[in-house]
Design a protein around this ligand. Structure first.
Ligand SMILES: CC(C)(COP(=O)(O)OP(=O)(O)OC[C@H]1O[C@@H](n2cnc3c(N)ncnc32)[C@H](O)[C@@H]1OP(=O)(O)O)[C@@H](O)C(=O)NCCC(=O)NCCS
Length: 148
């Protein structure tokens, strides 16, 4: 996509990241959580920007050999343009570069768009997590094996 840049997060991005988080989730992470992630693991927190404006992000942590995607979202006006896939693939590439052998995430069972995206990049459902979310909805845990 023209003008799209993928890079690691900077402190100045967090206001726009949080705006997208709020537009994307009924129970968004608090700003302090995203700030902490950006402070502790900036190298595994990828943002997508167009003309210096953040349009999407993928935030993760690496623990040992396992990466964990904690939040990924694209601004509603920019969805369906390939940005989610690009930012996720870049996050996975970074995690792999830093030593991850697998990447794990949780997703609402009703979130067809996200599940399709994860399947497309190679994730598989590993188990069902009953009552995982605050409103009682179940989650799928999905895993991508990237060792080799
Ligand atoms: C999930 C999300 C990040 C996808 O981002 P996006 O930029 O719109 O997705 P892309 O355009 O990169 O699409 C990549 C693939 O994802 C899947 N996908 C994306 N939107 C879809 C939709 N509405 N329905 C079905 N599949 C969809 C498709 O497989 C697509 O590949 P294709 O274009 O070859 O069919 C975005 O919908 C979003 O921000 N949702 C709200 C936040 C959220 O639910 N995050 C995930 C929490 S676990």
């Amino acid at each position: 996509m023209k003008g799209l840049t993928l890079r690691t997060v900077r402190p100045g991005d967090l206001k726009e990241v949080y705006k997208i988080e709020r537009l994307s989730f009924r129970q968004p992470f608090p700003p302090s959580y995203l700030e902490t992630l950006a402070y502790l693991s900036p190298e595994t927190f990828i943002v997508a920007s167009i003309d210096e404006h953040i349009v999407g992000y993928s935030a993760s942590v690496l623990k040992g050999l396992e990466g964990h995607i904690l939040s990924i979202a694209v601004h509603p006006e920019y969805r369906g343009l390939g940005i989610g896939e690009k930012v996720l693939r870049e996050n996975i590439r970074r995690l792999k570069e830093l030593g991850a052998r697998k990447v794990v995430l949780e997703v609402r069972v009703s979130n067809t768009a996200a599940i399709q995206l994860y399947r497309k990049v190679g994730f598989e459902i590993s188990c069902l997590l009953k009552n995982y979310y605050w409103d009682g909805e179940d989650a799928y845990e999905m895993v991508l094996t990237i060792g080799g």
